[in-house]
Every structure is written in structure tokens, then in C-alpha cells.
Design a protein around this ligand. Structure first.
Ligand SMILES: Cc1cc2nc3c(=O)[nH]c(=O)nc-3n(C[C@H](O)[C@H](O)[C@H](O)COP(=O)(O)OP(=O)(O)OC[C@H]3O[C@@H](n4cnc5c(N)ncnc54)[C@H](O)[C@@H]3O)c2cc1C
Length: 385
């Protein structure tokens, strides 16, 4: 029978980031099992690639404070590019309530050690981007070390480094079950046979609840469709722009290639495994785009290039990290609620620490464990896009 020190179920950016950190910390027999024929066919390949530290809760900010510098030095550390572009995130507020919210978050971010964030007046935003309709913008916040990465490159970089240092990747291999004994997890069952192991990490993204169920663990992670619309080449807005967020309705966009990538989370979307792109979404998003950026009324869009993917949502919009209660050796790295790319480096370190030493100094890991739901310790992240 095959054996491994740690088996990672799912070869997206989260599984790959954990494989990297485990291997870098001396764990030699890491096996990543991916059900698809290639990595990146889940949410990672569909992501917008935004990375930011502008969150509302200390634990989300702490995870970004590890992850963003990690992405900034990715190529130096791993020898692979991740295309980190520190163009920033600019939140534009249109009400005093939103300004008060940004101010509270700013104070928290600075307290946690974030250096590059600043509050802006409406006039400053209007002069920075005269192309925006700014009559109702009353202020905002901007962080220059926020920005974007290429999630696919980061995932491949993590996995290639891990494989070069002893980890193994199985593709085309669906995990179908787990066995346990008096000690805890004993083996992983796959389409390719059993693997004996005492440590498993569930990194199955939007499919995490069904993988957890195979081990008898009830995981509150739901898939939710998100759609993105890329434009054709367009030069009437600067390509050096940050991710710009219109807080009046959640519309946000960033430069991508020679055009722009548009996003808006339709509040009418219901949870489920839908990954088809709805053509009716194009008009909905372009209406919001042209309302905030008048020149986007001329933005050329080919709906055939638009796509949909799945967020993995938890009830409090924070991930679920750590060992499952009652099942020693069954670790969870799930439910990133739209932040799995930006928090993959921190997740890699946290899980590697917990698996190899039973503790981590990056966060208070008890805040994000699965028990918080049964113990009523939810910590709501409200800065969700
Ligand atoms: C449209 C969109 C925009 C986004 N924008 C951002 C953003 O700007 N910034 C950000 O940080 N995040 C963003 N996200 C979220 C981010 O993409 C995810 O949180 C992240 O990719 C999750 O990574 P993962 O490795 O956990 O999951 P995935 O990439 O989905 O990988 C899970 C893998 O597990 C495999 N798997 C599942 N079941 C099994 C099984 N039984 N056996 C073997 N393998 C299995 C799947 O095939 C898959 O490859 C966005 C997501 C979407 C959809």
C-alpha cells in the first residue's frame, strides 16, 4: 500500500500552498491528490487575483500581513513568478456610514501593523481619477501594497517547488473515502487505491463539504457562483489603476491585460454548483460600470470571454482552519469566502505549523476552528466583495 506523511485532497492554490510550506519545513512525504486532469480547474483558475489587507477583522488582516509580503517575494523565494502587481485597492464611499466603517477598519489595520493604508477625501479621489463619476463620493481608503497576483502561476509555483523538494502530485485521482481507527485517520481511499496516512488536509474548495462528509465531518461550506466580465482592449482609463470598489453597490474593476476586468456580486445569486455564465449578467454589470465610470459606456465586451466560478462560503465569511473535532489527523483548510488566493500563503504556513508542531504563531488558530460554529463564536468579516 502507498504511504504518505500528509495527504492533501485538492491541488488548487490552497492545497499547493500547504504542500509548499510543509515541504519547506522538512516534511518529505507529502502527497497531493487532485481529481481533475490538471490543477486550476476549480476556483483558482477562475479567480480575479485580488490581494488586499484592507479587511475589518484582526485575523483577516493578520493573514494578509503574512500573505502579501510573501507574494511580493514569491519569485525570490520559489524561483517562479506570481505576477504580484502592487497597484492598490481603492474603496470609494458614498455615504457617511461607509466612511465611518472605513475609518474603523483603517484604525484596526494600522493597529495591526499595516503601513501603506490611508484614508482619502472625495476631492482627492476625484483628482486621482477624474474618469470616475465622483459627485457622490464622500471619501475612501487606499492601500498601495494591495493589488493583484496571477493565481494560476502562484498555484503552479507552489506545487512545482514542492514537487522539486520531494512532494508528489497525483492528477486524475478522485478521493472517494477515508478509514479511521482508534488513533484517528488511518487511510485515504482513491480511484487509484488506498494510501496509508495519519494526516489528511481537506483542500477541496467548493467541494469541501462533500469531502468532509466522506470522513463523517459536517462542514458549513456552500458553493456560490461569481461571474467576471473582461473587456476588450480599452485605453480611456489608466492601466496603472488599482482595484476600484464602488461601495454604493459593490461593483469593482481592475486593469487586466490591455483592458479591464469587471466584477459585481449579484445579491440574487443563490448557493449551488452553477458554473455556467449567465448572458443576462453582462447588461447588469455594464449598467453599474457606466454609472460609476462614464467612459465605460464605450467599453467593448465580448460575452463569450466572460466566465463564472464558485466562491466557497462560510456563515461568517472566514475560513475554517485546523483539525476537525473528534477526528485526529483530519485537517481543514476550507471556506475562504472569496479570499482563498490572497490568504493561501498564510493558510499554508498555519496548516503546516499545526500539522508539524500542533501550534502556530501567525494567528490565534482557535478563532478559525470548526468548533466556533457549535460554540457560537462566529467572527463576521464584512469587507467581502
Ligand atoms: C469569480 C471569482 C473571483 C475570485 N476572486 C478572488 C480574488 O480576487 N481574490 C482572492 O483571494 N480570491 C478570489 N476568489 C476566491 C478564490 O479563487 C478561492 O477562494 C480559491 O481559489 C480557493 O482555492 P482552493 O485551492 O481552496 O480551491 P480550488 O481551486 O477550487 O481547488 C480545489 C480542488 O479540489 C479538487 N477536488 C475536489 N474534490 C475532490 C476529490 N474528492 N478528490 C480529489 N480532488 C478533489 C478540485 O478538483 C479542485 O481542483 C475568487 C473566486 C471566483 C470564483
Amino acid at each position: 500500500m502507498e504511504t504518505a506523511d500528509v495527504v492533501i485532497v485538492g491541488g488548487g492554490i490552497v492545497g499547493s500552498g500547504i504542500a509548499y510550506h510543509l515541504t519547506a519545513n522538512g516534511c518529505r512525504h507529502v502527497l497531493v491528490i487532485e481529481g481533475e486532469s490538471a490543477q486550476g480547474k476549480g476556483s483558482t483558475g477562475k479567480s480575479m487575483g485580488g490581494v488586499r489587507a484592507q479587511f475589518s477583522t484582526p485575523v483577516s488582516i493578520q493573514m494578509s500581513l503574512y500573505s502579501i509580503p510573501f507574494y511580493a517575494s514569491f519569485e525570490e523565494r520559489l524561483g517562479f513568478p506570481c505576477d504580484y502587481r502592487p497597484q492598490g485597492y481603492l474603496f470609494c464611499a458614498t455615504t457617511d456610514k461607509q466612511i465611518a466603517y472605513l475609518r474603523t477598519n483603517y484604525a484596526q489595520q494600522v493597529k495591526m501593523g499595516l503601513k501603506n493604508v490611508r484614508l482619502m477625501t472625495g476631492a482627492e479621489i476625484r483628482s486621482m481619477f477624474p474618469q470616475l463619476r465622483g459627485d457622490d463620493i464622500v471619501g475612501g481608503s487606499f492601500c498601495s501594497s494591495d493589488g493583484f497576483v496571477d493565481p494560476y502561476s502562484a498555484m503552479i509555483g507552489f506545487m512545482t517547488w514542492a514537487a522539486d523538494h520531494g512532494a508528489t502530485l497525483w492528477r486524475n485521482t478522485v478521493v472517494t473515502g477515508f478509514t479511521r481507527d482508534a488513533t484517528g485517520i488511518a487511510s485515504v481511499e482513491t480511484a487509484r487505491g488506498s494510501v496509508a496516512t495519519r494526516k489528511v488536509v481537506n483542500c477541496a474548495g467548493a467541494w469541501a463539504a462533500s469531502v468532509a462528509k466522506l470522513a463523517g465531518v459536517d462542514l458549513p461550506v456552500e458553493p456560490l457562483r461569481r461571474m467576471l466580465v473582461p473587456s476588450e482592449p480599452f485605453n480611456e482609463f489608466p492601466h496603472t489603476a488599482p482595484m476600484i470598489v464602488d461601495m454604493s453597490n459593490g461593483f469593482h474593476f481592475r486593469p487586466e491585460a490591455r483592458g479591464f476586468l469587471l466584477a459585481w456580486n449579484d445579491p440574487e445569486e443563490a448557493p449551488g454548483f452553477k458554473t455556467d455564465f449567465d448572458p443576462a449578467f453582462v447588461e447588469k454589470i455594464l449598467t453599474r460600470a457606466a454609472d460609476r465610470v462614464p467612459c465605460f459606456a464605450n467599453l467593448p465586451v465580448n460575452p463569450k470571454r466572460a466566465w463564472a466560478g464558485l466562491y466557497e462560503m462560510t456563515p461568517d465569511h472566514h475560513p475554517i482552519l485546523g483539525e476537525a473535532p473528534g477526528l485526529p489527523g483530519f485537517f481543514l483548510a476550507n471556506g475562504f469566502s472569496g479570499h482563498g488566493v490572497m490568504h493561501a500563503p498564510a493558510t499554508g504556513k498555519i496548516l503546516s505549523d499545526l500539522i508539524l508542531t500542533g501550534q502556530t504563531d501567525l494567528i490565534d488558530a482557535s478563532l478559525l476552528n470548526l468548533r466556533r460554529f457549535t460554540e457560537g463564536r462566529l467572527i463576521h468579516e464584512t469587507a467581502v466583495l
